[in-house]
Ligand binder design. Structure first.
Ligand SMILES: Nc1nc2c(ncn2[C@@H]2O[C@H](COP(=O)(O)OP(=O)(O)OP(=O)(O)O)[C@@H](O)[C@H]2O)c(=O)[nH]1
Length: 601
């Protein structure tokens, strides 16, 4: 290996969303010559279109930067980009475990936010040295001195050496590079002659090279021709290529201790690689796998069905393709009496769900119906067995169930004081249990335990609207707790619509049932007959609305005279039908499935 360990720095950037992580990363790449200014697409690290549009980082990527420091020495700086959203917390934790230091980026006009805390605590848990970077000092509203104090006070780390920058104008970026070299430690000593031990940090599918696996080498060397073994899954693969990203992809002969890089080989699917797994050489294996490996578990499920049943084959092909590149997305075929053939899909969280749904619609041109998102319930059955329930429609007969457990989260919310009352009410309405309330400057920091079930529909939207966008939110799963939950069915024209059935807390069932019936009444168009809409628990109807019958059909007022006008009206009607599904004799528009579930409190 050419670069001695003490001239390598492996670091990541942690920040709240929008505080400037990607912009800073681009600046670091630009300044170290990794890219010519004219090559710089805005934010190179966020490589997917949707990521760019939404300004969020999904796939962690790593860049190797060459830097000649002011002391005249050459360093290799490996920047490990971490996903910025709570849904990807496990991936973030593995990326952080693979490096020794972090830049903590805090917007000097906003200060510490919920994800600043969540992310920096993860870095601290991984024993990282931390360089505090106060960004956006070019903004008139920036108060770097106040935010510096806030960082010290709230997070409890030394910010006296904080670097003041503007990632936008480039101010202070050279100081960041110097701080990386002088304030962050080099990788811990590895043994190049020991059996290979490497951490699988990330993987993705590349159209030319197949599956690319990003690794951090702890001991030994990784090179072409080796047969490696993934210790968690037990699978073996032949290494065909090793290399690094600068960010351009460059092949190297081998990767040694302390280094980050990628390899490709005989791996067919991203699903065969598990973030956090230990990679070793098959014929000379390391004695101990790295700690902390746990495969990503989907926590939110929903059904995806084509609006037009004829598109099912296209949906099948599309989910297969997406899965190639996203091992944390899972799916299996589902048939619904109401919606026909589709897939039950599992996601890491709500944002993940939204991203996948959007990609299916946009990249694969599919019109989809998404059913109510549901968490994974644990059913304790009377025969002593335990069943995981991913779909309320599959709920067994209540007499067979002795208890139902649901996942709980711990949420951290930071909000300006003015909105505290509204947010407390929201959390309380969602069965939240307050764990803590303290102050960060003028803002309240709330810690709440909440059932995930109550958060999956529109908690985040509600939080944003109550706080006019100022509250920030972060959560992690904590445990399963028993709850008094019942299955609520919705009947349209006397027929149960399985896609709308859901588990709700008994105390909230009646209110929720009434709201859903009222919403559906607004959303389902009038038909030529009366349509009853009912919510029921078991056989008992708890709410009911009726959609009155339509009196005339749309063309009646044309007296049959003007044919082209009649045509137009019929076409218009057809258009309106496109995103509807027929249930028995009733057409239900697609948006009804989502809208009906938004509570609006
Ligand atoms: N005025 C000003 N704006 C900045 C600065 N740095 C970043 N921004 C802007 O802040 C917004 C968010 O920046 P990003 O770099 O995308 O933030 P991020 O933290 O990477 O966001 P995620 O990728 O979603 O985690 C963008 O509109 C940037 O142009 C800065 O120094 N000054």
């Amino acid at each position: 290996m050419s670069t001695p360990l003490d001239h390598i720095r492996n670091f990541s950037i942690v920040a709240h969303i929008d505080h400037g992580k990607s912009t800073l990363a681009d600046r670091l790449i630009q300044l170290t010559g990794g890219l010519e200014a004219r090559d710089m697409k805005e934010q190179v690290l966020d490589s997917m279109d949707i990521e760019r549009e939404r300004g969020i980082t999904i796939k962690a990527q790593t860049v190797r930067l060459k830097y000649r420091a002011n002391n005249g020495e050459d360093y290799i700086l490996n920047l490990i980009d971490t996903p910025g959203h709570v849904d990807f917390a496990y991936e973030v934790s593995r990326s952080l475990a693979a490096c020794e230091g972090s830049l903590l980026v805090v917007d000097a006009s906003q200060g510490v936010e919920a994800q600043t805390l969540a992310n920096v605590y993860q870095a601290i848990d991984n024993n990282h040295e931390i360089v505090v970077v106060l960004n956006k000092v070019d903004l008139p509203a920036a108060e770097p001195e106040r935010i510096r104090e806030q960082v010290e006070e709230v997070i409890g780390i030394d910010a006296s050496n904080a670097v003041l920058i503007s990632a936008k104008t480039g101010l202070g970026i050279p100081d960041v590079l110097e701080a990386i070299v002088h304030q962050l430690p080099p990788p811990r000593e590895g043994d190049a002659t020991a059996p290979l031990k490497a951490m699988l940090v990330d993987s993705w599918y590349d159209a030319y090279l197949g599956v690319i696996v990003l690794v951090r080498i702890i001991d030994g060397v990784l090179k072409k021709g080796q047969t490696i073994r993934m210790m968690g899954t037990g699978a073996k693969y032949l290494v065909e290529r090793t290399g690094v990203f600068t960010p351009a992809r460059i092949n190297v002969d081998e990767l040694g201790p302390g280094e980050f890089g990628f390899f490709t080989g005989s791996i067919k699917e991203v699903a065969d690689t598990r973030v956090g797994d230990t990679i070793t050489e098959d014929k000379r294996q390391t004695a101990h796998a790295l700690p902390g490996f746990k495969p990503a578990q989907p926590v939110v499920f929903c059904g995806l069905f084509p609006v037009d049943a004829a598109d099912f084959e296209d949906l099948r092909a599309a989910v297969g393709k997406l899965r190639l590149n996203d091992a944390s997305f899972s799916y299996e075929m589902e048939t619904s009496a109401a919606l026909g053939f589709g897939y039950r899909c599992g996601f890491l969280g709500l944002l993940h769900l939204e991203i996948i749904q959007e990609r299916l619609e946009r990249e694969f041109n599919l019109d989809l119906i998404a059913t109510a998102p549901s968490v994974v319930y644990r059913l304790l059955l009377t025969d002593g067995s335990v069943k995981e329930l991913h779909n309320p429609a599959d709920m067994p007969d209540v007499v067979k169930i002795s208890a139902i457990e649901e996942p709980w989260i711990r949420a951290t919310i930071l909000t300006p004081d003015d909105y505290l009352g509204g947010i407390l009410k929201l959390c309380q309405d969602r069965r939240g249990i307050q764990a803590d309330l303290s102050y960060v400057g003028k803002r309240a920091m709330l810690t709440y335990d909440l059932p995930l079930n109550e958060v999956v529909f529109d908690f985040y939207d509600r939080l944003k609207s109550i706080s006019k966008g100022y509250a920030s939110f972060d959560y992690h799963l904590t445990d399963y707790r028993e709850g008094d939950l019942v299955k609520m069915s919705i009947l349209v024209n006397e027929e149960p619509v399985d896609a709308l059935s859901m588990l709700v807390h008994r105390t909230a069932a009646e209110k929720r049932g009434r709201q859903m019936c009222e919403k559906l009444k607004e959303l389902i168009p009038h038909h030529l007959f009366k349509i009853p809409i009912q919510a029921a628990i078991g056989g008992k109807v708890i709410a009911r609305e009726t959609i009155s019958a339509l009196r005339k059909d749309v063309t009646a007022k044309c007296y049959g005279g003007d044919v082209s006008r009649k045509r137009k009206l019929l076409d218009k009607q057809k258009e309106g039908k496109k995103r509807m599904r027929q249930f028995g004799k009733v057409d239900i528009p697609q948006e009804a499935f989502i809208q009906a579930l938004k509570m609006g409190d």
